[in-house]
Design a protein around this ligand. Sequence first.
Ligand code: ADP
Length: 262
Amino acid sequence: RLDTQMQLKSNDEVGSLAQAIHDLSVELNHYRKNRSEFLANISHELRTPISYLRGYAQLIKHHRYQDKEELESYSAVIESEAIRLAKLIDDLFELSKMEEGRIQLYMQAVDVGELLEHSIQKVTLKAKEKNIGIEYEIDQELPLIYSDGARIEQVLFNLLENAVNYTEEGKVTVTATQAAEHISISVKDTGNGIPEEDVPFIFDRFHRVEKSRSREMGGTGLGLAIVYEIVKLLQGSITVKSEYGKGTEFLLKLPLKNTDNS
Ligand code: ADP
C-alpha cells in the first residue's frame, strides 16, 4: 500500500512539474510573440518619420519647390518629424527602463493639488487655442502623500494633454478628492471618446484609435503605456470610462502611503 501511495505521490509530482513546464512554455511563447510584435511595431514607428525626413530632404535637395514659403514648409516638416523621432526614442527608452525596474523613484512628501495646478497651466495655452475650457475642483484639504512628484506630474500632464488633444469642443474637467487610503483624481473631457472595442487596449504600447490624428498631435502612441507603468510603480491604479463621440474620463488613484517605502 505504501508503494502505491509513493507511486501516486511521485506521479502527482511529475504531473505538476509537467504542468508547470507546460505553463512556462505557454508564457514564454506568449512573451516571444509579444516581443516580436513589439519589435515589428517599433520598426514601423521608426520608419514612418524617417521616410518623411528622407522624402522632404530630397525635395529640397532637388529644388522641387515653388517659392520660399514652400521651402519653409518642407523644412518645418523635417523639423517636426525629427522632434517626433527623438520623442519616440526617449519614450521607448523610458518604457524599457520601467519594465525592467531600472527606474529610480524619488519619494518625498508631495502636494498633488499643486502638481495638478502646474500641469493644468502647461496645457492651458493649447486649450485656449482650441477654445476648450479647463475647469477644476481640487479639494483644498488634500493631504500630502508620500510619492514621486515628478512622476505624478508626468502622468497628470499626459492625461491632460490627451484630453485637450482629443477634444474638439467643450471642456476638460479635473477633480481631486481624498478617500480613506488614497487620493482620487479624475480627468474628464467632452471629446472624441474611445470606441468600446479599443478601451481594453488603450494602455497598450502603440495602440491608437486614429493613427492620423495622433500623428497630427505629435503623439507616439506610448504615452498611456508609460502612464500605466508609472502608476504601477507608484502602487496606484488607473481606469478609463469612455463613450465614443461623447467623451472620456480617466480615474487615477494614488495611495497616501507607499507600502515599500514608508
Ligand atoms: P498618443 O501619443 O497617440 O496620444 P497615448 O498612449 O497617449 O498615445 O494614447 C493612445 C491613444 O488613446 C491615442 O492615440 C488616442 O487614440 C486614445 N486616447 C487617449 N486619450 C484619449 C482621450 N482623452 N480621448 C480620446 N481618445 C484618447
